[in-house]
Design a protein. Structure first.
Length: 133
């Protein structure tokens, strides 16, 4: 197997940008997540939880809903050792959706960790060309 060059490695790593919320968006986010939690605790499906709290901005709504599923996976699968299959059934969503979301979570964590490592320790390849951009 050939080693990938640096440009190819960069291309293979997905790009993620984490949204910086305004104070108003932060409040909307917090209120929505709390409302979704109440609905899930009451035995509602994920879709029903999402319907229980309106968010006017479609882009913000999509981001909050995606984050909430990630939160549930983190808490229930990693924190409480609930299987992905059980979680998908309780939430009324497909196992593929839960697995796909978990995969994105792990990619985001890996990219974030690699970025942070690079910021703290720099390039570990001493032979890499240095640029002064």
């Amino acid at each position: 197997m050939k080693k990938k060059d640096k440009a190819q490695k960069k291309k293979d790593m997905p790009e993620f940008s984490f949204k910086e919320f305004t104070p108003e968006e932060g409040k909307i986010y917090e209120d929505a997540v709390n409302a979704f939690r109440v609905a899930i605790t009451a035995g509602k499906t994920l879709a029903q939880a999402y319907e229980s709290h309106a968010i006017a901005d479609p882009e913000l709504r999509s981001l909050i809903q995606a984050d909430f599923l990630k939160i549930l996976i983190a808490e229930r699968h990693f924190g409480q050792r609930e299987t992905l299959d059980d979680l998908s059934k309780k939430l009324g969503v497909s196992l593929d959706l839960v697995k796909g979301t978990l995969g994105r979570m792990l990619q985001e964590a890996g990219v974030s960790a690699a970025d942070q490592f690079g910021k703290e320790f720099g390039d570990l390849n001493p032979d890499a060309k240095k640029t002064n951009d």
